[in-house]
Design a protein. Sequence first.
Length: 860
Amino acid sequence: MQFKSLWIKASAKCWVLLLAFVGQIQGQALRFTIREEQEVGIKIGSLSTNYSAPYQLLNEKYIWVNESTGDLFTTERIDREILCPSETPGNCDISFYALVSPESEVVKIVVTVEDINDNVPYFQQSEIYLSIPEDAPIGSAFPLDDQAQDEDAGNNGMILYHLESSGGFFGITRDGDQLQLMVEKDLDRETLENHSLILVAIDEGLVPLSATANLTVTVTDVNDNCPEFDSDSPGTATVPVLGIKGSPVAQLKAKDKDAGQNGQITFSFSPQISDRAKTLFHMESHTGLISLAVDVRLDSPEEHMLKVVANSPLCSPVQAHLAVYIEPVAHLEPAIKIKFVADHKNQVVMLPESKNSTVLALLELKDTPAGKSFLSLEEDSTIFSLKAQAGGYLLKTSKPLDYETCSEYDITIVIVDAQSTHLLGREVIKVVVEDVNDNAPKFEQARYETTIMENNDPGFFLCKVTATDADSGEFGKVRYSLLNTGPFRINEESGVITVFKSLDREQEEKHRLTVHAWDGGVPPQEDFATLCVTVLDMNDNPPTFPTPHFSFFVSESILQLSKVGNVPVSDADKGDNGRVVNVHILNDNVPFAIDIFQGCLRSTAEVDREIQGRYELLVVAIDGGSPSLSTTVRITVFVEDVNDNRPRVILPSSNLSCLTITPSTRAGSLVTKIYAIDEDSGMNSDITYQIVASLPAHHSPFQIDKWSGNISLGQSLRGEDYGMHHLFIVVCDGGKPDPLQTGVWVNLLVNESLGKCHVKDVPKYLLATLPPSALSSNRDCRCESNGWLLFLCALGLILLSVCVLLAAVGVFIKHRGTRRKVDKKSAWVNRHELKPLNQKNQIYSISSKNKKTQINELLT
Ligand SMILES: *[C@@H]1O[C@H](CO)[C@@H](O)[C@H](O)[C@H]1NC(C)=O
Ligand SMILES: *[C@@H]1O[C@H](CO)[C@@H](O)[C@H](O)[C@H]1NC(C)=O
Ligand SMILES: *[C@@H]1O[C@H](CO)[C@@H](O)[C@H](O)[C@H]1NC(C)=O
Ligand SMILES: *[C@@H]1O[C@H](CO)[C@@H](O)[C@H](O)[C@H]1NC(C)=O
Ligand SMILES: *[C@@H]1O[C@H](CO)[C@@H](O)[C@H](O)[C@H]1NC(C)=O
Ligand SMILES: *[C@@H]1O[C@H](CO)[C@@H](O)[C@H](O)[C@H]1NC(C)=O
Ligand SMILES: *[C@@H]1O[C@H](CO)[C@@H](O)[C@H](O)[C@H]1NC(C)=O
Ligand SMILES: CC(=O)N[C@H]1CO[C@H](CO)[C@@H](O)[C@@H]1O
């Protein structure tokens, strides 16, 4: 093996480093034979007898190879006549190249297609006309140009002729290749002018096939002169190396001594000349000038024998032969012959990107003289390699190509003189890399962030996302969509994201979207990005109160600055827009103020239910946005009553008022009435009346109705009831926990004469010394609500009263003994004034009955 690498400039868009391998070719072609027109899939032979696996054909037309077994099969019906046109000499061979063995050795395979008699001979013209002068002697022969053709080869293509219905006038002979009609009987135009013959052509196949043509022989009158080719008419001609279409090859000359119409000569090619000659040459019928019909450039010389026929009216045609020699292109320089293996169009190799090492072409070096030069890549390359194998050079890719890096390569292959290393020629192979969807779209950012002011117009442009795809065409065309759209839309083509409805920050402040991009491949490649949208605040929400109307109840005894009730206020907006900067009461001169820090209403001055029992406030809250928004709310404050007024006795008007009643007054009749009022409300003004003491202390005949204050006579008056009665009545309201009370004396004189009664003085009675509980013990002041409590109270009171009674009896006895003369009234008073209140409490809270007896006792 001989290696050589050279640096030469490649005339390419992309400069590539080319690595060259140059080697010698070895091996003989492997030959197989197959008959034409066989079924598809016929096994031709196997490579396995000579080479080891794997097997790969470089060009797979007509046959394919099983990679593992090396068996060769046909891929289509092979027609020898199409493959090798009739004039091709020798065998009909198809050549293939195959890569065999793990070392990728290149071998040549030659398949010879054998002929079968599958073609019928045919005449180009089914009617043949020939003119023979009537004086033609017996034995004279006239050339028949219209020979039958048969595409088959060998015996299958050999044709024998005979005549039918000739009437014995004519026979067929051959002069070499030339078919001739021979006159076998004297002709007489006047007897039979037109002879209708049938020319039969039969091939020599095992099962012969035949064709016929109608041959009409017209016997002509003798004519004086007929055309003759000039003796100096050329017999040979040479076409130079490069023959250009239209350039003259030769001119034949013929003469007819007749004048006028009879002397008119027309030239034509005999139909017998080869098809190739017919395509190569053109005959001008009047002048006899032969010229090239196409451009001619040949690698090997060709020789064509042209048969030219000169016709003149009433003459049998005369023929001349012209041998044309076409010179081949002189191989002054070695030349490269390229056999493309990979897909190619117009000499350009099309190769999908990312494809593993691929054989692109098989190059053959036409070397002159042989072995003096070799092929090489112009530049070393890591991408392409040229390796000598099996009489040729394999051009391969060494690694996958990348369309995005470079989409077109020009590989320059040079012929290098082995001795001088001079360049003898060059050839450029163009490689176009075809795009494959091997790149995914990629977003510029994996995460986009943007903001938008709330209450936007629908259709608002939000942002534009872009993903790029390195592929080209459809594979690089990126489309977009949103996975979770919400109020957003994306333009599939442009990636522009819009908001199609108005956003409300208070509903949703942050939106998180996933953008999907995909390309046009099948299946598409894709990418994802996240878009975070923050909705900015606008002052679109006024401060709000939980209710449009608050109601509070305050006690009229409320302390200044104490809390009346919560007035919470909030604002859904954010920042300054959401901060409530001012809450105040719109009314003037109200004893309340808003505590903005605690969010409550406080009292600022004393309230008196008896002056104003209800306040209607209007409160406004203002936020800090600009412009700011405000809300008004109504607050009603009800002032609750406190038992701060003691009952006021209207009747009797004075402690000294006196009423005389007759002893005959019947029991149960109304004596007088006590009437009091209380300025408080509710329970605080519920007034009850009770007699707590009476003088004289014995059992009083009067009783009082607790609710109405009616004083009536409880029993009939007796003798001892005569005289003055002082009733001390406590007027008590229903306030809780501590009722207020007033005491009043009611003076009643029982006398038969209803004269005016006078009361100069009433006993001093210290109301304050009487505990309210004692005064109201008749009523449900204390121990009423709870049965258990009541029981405990009663128990306690009984115990206490027993103790106090014993103590009182003791004290009383002692008093009597020592201070008998002391005024009983003042003693009672003194005793009560001297004793501490709590002790008195105990004393007078025993029970109403005990207490009364005690007081009566004391007072007497
Ligand atoms: C292929 O193998 C056969 C039999 O082994 C042999 O006769 C023939 O010469 C070989 N052909 C080549 C080209 O090596
Ligand atoms: C090649 O031949 C083997 C063995 O006969 C067979 O299993 C395989 O399927 C063949 N390969 C193809 C592509 O037909
Ligand atoms: C013979 O053939 C020629 C040409 O086809 C025609 O002109 C002529 O009339 C024919 N003669 C007879 C007698 O049919
Ligand atoms: C030959 O001539 C006969 C009668 O004139 C006709 O029927 C026949 O079709 C012709 N044959 C051809 C091959 O033209
Ligand atoms: C390409 O080559 C690599 C490594 O040699 C192999 O793993 C892969 O399967 C090949 N790919 C194809 C499509 O042949
Ligand atoms: C109290 O006396 C008045 C008459 O002065 C009478 O109308 C009223 O019914 C009496 N009330 C009760 C509770 O007896
Ligand atoms: C009547 O007497 C009581 C007890 O002494 C006293 O509290 C009250 O104020 C007196 N009422 C009037 C109107 O003087
Ligand atoms: C205190 C008073 O007025 N008492 C009188 C009661 O009636 C008699 C006559 O029946 C008078 O004499 C008393 O003066």
